[in-house]
Design a protein around this ligand. Structure first.
Ligand SMILES: Cc1cc2nc3c(=O)[nH]c(=O)nc-3n(C[C@H](O)[C@H](O)[C@H](O)COP(=O)(O)OP(=O)(O)OC[C@H]3O[C@@H](n4cnc5c(N)ncnc54)[C@H](O)[C@@H]3O)c2cc1C
Ligand code: FES
Length: 275
């Protein structure tokens, strides 16, 4: 694959996950293209809407699946057009780009995953990966927060993870209605419910930077070393291959050095201030 030229990809399945969130499952059209497209959870594609533009979107599915899954929040010009794509339409994909979650390093350790809002998309493929190889990992705890119950997408995935052995899933919402069965409040409020061993736990974080900073600060006080914390970042992307400089954060290019970073490498460059 030429990293600068989008490959045609057909929309095979489209699912409206929430009012402003669409899940597209795509098939690469060229013969042999899917076999060559080898990705790790946490990496991303540049998704191209022909004649409109392209945007960075995480790979939210499991690498073992034949179809390539993207979960897209409609926020502006290009995502609006992608959100209107119908089954049978052809889009373009460039990728996979960047570094994914350290799933090899996490083997035989406990995993604490903390996500907020659409932040579950870049990490849900990683959790599916762990669940398919459950015995290779220790205790898994997933904490996910949304602003309101209607923002909770991939509910069936959270339910499926919660049924796995030695796995705990806790959900929180800033506001609640009668249907809400989870906790009320911000996701970091769930830490009070969670016990973890800082010596054998890796933390995967994904969501708004202010939430991630707050989570790091609380969990650090509970003894989690900074080098066991990994987070996925978003910056404006253009080339996605380390050429244009649009995604720079301190000395790092988010497109090729990230989007998943060890916190001890990138934490001090984040906008929300130092810990
Ligand atoms: C590595 C990476 C992974 C991503 N994964 C996903 C994903 O899985 N699903 C998803 O829906 N989105 C994801 N994004 C964000 C997505 O790229 C932006 O929402 C998209 O570029 C917006 O394009 P647009 O043309 O629709 O909006 P625009 O018209 O360009 O902008 C609309 C609004 O969104 C803001 N915006 C634009 N780009 C970004 C960005 N990168 N981060 C935050 N705000 C932005 C703009 O400031 C503006 O306020 C990811 C971004 C990165 C860098
Ligand atoms: S997007 Fe061009 S250098 Fe990262």
């Amino acid at each position: 694959m030429n990293p600068l030229v989008p490959e045609p990809a057909r929309v095979v399945e489209r699912h409206q996950a929430a009012r402003d969130i669409v899940v597209l499952r795509l098939a690469l059209v060229e013969p042999g293209a899917r076999e060559r497209f080898d990705f790790r959870p946490g990496q991303f594609n540049m998704v191209y809407a022909p004649g409109v533009g392209e945007v960075a979107i995480s790979l939210s599915g499991d690498p073992a699946d034949e179809l390539i899954e993207h979960t897209i929040r409609i926020v502006g010009r290009t995502t609006r057009v992608l959100g209107r794509a119908a089954e049978g339409d052809t889009l373009g994909l460039r990728g996979p780009f960047g570094r994914g979650w350290p799933l090899h390093e996490a083997r035989h350790r406990d995993l604490l995953v903390v996500t907020g809002g659409l932040g579950c998309a870049p990490v849900s493929g990683a959790i599916d990966y762990v669940m398919r190889r459950r015995k290779a990992y220790g205790r898994v705890t997933v904490l996910h927060g949304v602003k309101k119950p209607a923002d909770l997408i991939h509910r069936e995935r959270f339910d499926a993870w919660a049924r796995q052995p030695d796995t705990r899933v806790l959900l929180s919402s800033d506001t609640a209605d009668r249907s809400w069965r989870g906790h009320l409040g911000v996701v970091t409020g769930l830490f009070e419910e969670v016990d973890f061993d800082p010596r054998r736990t890796l933390l995967f974080l994904c969501g708004p930077e202010v939430m991630m900073q707050s989570a790091v600060s609380i969990l650090r006080r509970r003894g989690l070393p900074l080098d066991r914390i990994f987070l996925s970042l978003e910056r404006n992307m253009q080339c996605a291959v380390g050429l244009c400089g649009h995604c720079q954060l301190g000395p790092a290019f988010v497109c090729k050095d990230g989007p998943v970073f060890p916190y001890d490498r990138i934490g001090r460059f984040l906008r929300e201030g130092r810990l």
